[in-house]
Design a protein around this ligand. Structure first.
Ligand code: UD1
Ligand code: MG
Length: 434
């Protein structure tokens, strides 16, 4: 059986290679901050998760408290003790085994962390052989034994040739950290306290450091925007595979963008180029090519191609066609086949929305609602100047501007400028010499 384990996630660094004012661990892949994924993987393993913060600490804590409770946040004294070693100095882990993860490793999975838990050495550290080891700490191994880790910025030309790198995940026995963290110095190229120096200190005392070969795809550190895009591709692929295994049909899956938090029920079909964001739920529905759905629920409906469903919409038993935008609206049993904007609306069963229908929901200051009852026929090119409340069984003639107010059932609403016919106008207008 696995022994209880504390997990420390280092998330205090600036991440200057991201070239961004935003803290590195808050950069997103698949719609969630990178740090979310490290905490999620850790959550499956332990109740003692410690996240070390400093740079933009309030933003980091607030972001994670949206998803998780019971995480311990520790603030690093990064002015006096910068670096990954400095990050560990204020940490008080609850258990004898302490796993340290970098917060810039969103691709790590529970299964790969399990391998560290089963080892019995004083230190287990992750190593990856890389064709291009640039940017990583190199692991110096002599006679099969890990001697030390040398950071790229401190490495000699010869050391830079080593292509076994430190992936940045370590399992320490508590006593190892207690003993060596106070001995770290910042006598190096970056003037930082390196956690990696614990390895050399432990080795010189005769401790055994067990290298554990890990999969590059899971342990890759995200240090740049290029790395971020690559990590997102890998994570997206995982999400798509997971949902296809559970029964979702995806056409050209590599063209489908899917965020963490999107869920499916029943039989769903996603055509190519679909983008699904936030906590969207799709149930027994067909989402056609190049449609975008954000933070909404879709049940027993077909959407698109090229439709845009914006946050807080609930669409059931409904047909939404091309170039229809829906925002914060509830549609049940509705047909809106073409070219419409339906915002802040509540539309009921049997209602048909003609092409070019627009809910005029904003007067420049406030947003207003449009309510349309059952079996309403909304003619093409209708504007509904909200607030509007239309009862059941109403016909709205094409081209009507429905002004604000309530309309009773069983009526025709029509506003039209009468057509004029000016005889001979065409010939006169285009006549030569005019
Ligand atoms: C680190 C390792 C390097 C390894 C690489 C793997 C050290 C000294 N080097 O380098 O050997 O190959 O990870 O990806 O550990 N952090 C803090 N406080 C700080 C500095 C960093 O919490 O003062 C956090 C960062 O937020 C980040 C993690 O530690 O999540 C790693 O920091 P980063 O700057 O990315 O280290 P690397 O240079 O990649
Ligand atoms: Mg890194």
């Amino acid at each position: 059986m696995n022994q209880p384990l504390s997990i420390v996630i280092l998330a205090a660094g600036k991440g200057s290679r991201m070239k961004s004012p935003k803290a590195k661990v808050l950069h997103e892949i698949c719609g969630r901050e990178m740090l979310y994924f490290s905490i999620k993987a850790s959550r499956a393993i332990t109740d003692d998760i410690i996240v070390v913060v400093a740079h933009q600490k309030d933003a980091v804590i607030n972001a994670m408290e949206r998803y998780f409770t019971g995480i311990t946040f520790v603030t690093q004294d990064s002015e006096n003790f910068p670096g990954t070693g400095g990050a560990m100095m204020g940490v008080k882990a609850r258990y004898e085994n302490v796993l340290v993860l970098n917060g810039d490793m969103p691709l790590i999975t529970r299964a790969s962390v399990d391998a560290f838990m089963n080892a019995s050495s004083d230190i287990v550290m992750s190593v990856i052989p890389l064709e291009d080891p640039r940017g990583y700490g190199r692991v110096v191994i002599e006679e099969g034994k890990v001697q030390r880790i040398v950071e790229e910025k401190d490495a000699t030309d010869e050391e830079k040739q080593i292509n076994t790198v430190n992936a940045g995940v370590y399992a320490f026995k508590h006593h190892v950290l207690d003993r060596y963290l106070p001995q770290l110095t910042n006598n190096n190229a970056q003037g930082e306290y390196y956690l990696t120096d614990v390895i050399a200190l432990a080795h010189s005392d005769g401790m055994i450091i067990a290298p554990l070969s890990v999969d590059e795809a899971e342990f890759k550190g995200v240090n740049s925007k290029n790395d971020l895009a690559n990590a997102e591709m890998i994570m997206m692929d995982r999400l798509r595979r997971e949902w296809m295994e559970k029964g979702v049909v995806m056409q050209l899956p590599h063209t489908i963008y899917l965020e963490e938090g999107v869920t499916f029920e029943g039989e769903c079909i996603l055509e190519n180029g679909v983008r699904l964001c936030g906590s969207t739920l799709i149930a027994d529905s067909h989402i056609k090519a190049h449609s975008v759905i954000e933070e909404s629920t879709i049940r027993n409906s077909d959407i698109g191609p090229l439709a845009h469903i914006r946050p807080q919409s609930l669409i059931a038993e409904t047909h939404i066609g091309n170039f229809v935008e829906v925002k914060k609206s509830t549609l049940t049993g509705v047909k809106a086949g073409h070219l419409s904007y339906l915002g802040d609306a509540l539309i009921d069963e049997g209602t048909n929305i003609g092409a070019g229908t627009i809910t005029c929901n904003y007067d420049g200051k406030k947003k207003y609602r449009t309510i349309i009852g059952k079996n309403v026929f909304v003619g093409s090119d209708t504007q509904l100047v909200a607030p509007v409340d239309i009862a059941d069984n109403v016909i709205i003639a094409a081209g009507t501007t429905v002004t604000s107010g309530s309309y009773e059932g069983d009526i025709l609403i029509i506003s039209r400028t009468p057509v004029r016919k000016l005889a001979g106008f065409f010939t006169k207008f285009f006549a030569k010499g005019l």
